[in-house]
Write a protein that binds this ligand. Sequence first.
Ligand SMILES: [Zn+2]
Length: 65
Amino acid sequence: MPIYEYKCKKCVNTFSKLVFNKDTIIECPSCKSQDVEKQISAISSTSGSSVGAGAVGGCGSSGFG
Ligand SMILES: [Zn+2]
């Protein structure tokens, strides 16, 4: 189940909540405030630094007028 962690901006309370729909109203269980911030979980993302060869591109210039 998709459990996300949220932090209330009002009382700075962190809580986790099941979110079935992205439109689900999230409110703080402590102060019932909906001014919460979704916490970004630590995702081990691989930093792919694969830069291809620099392609030399020139603007197609028209012939002389
Ligand atoms: Zn709160």
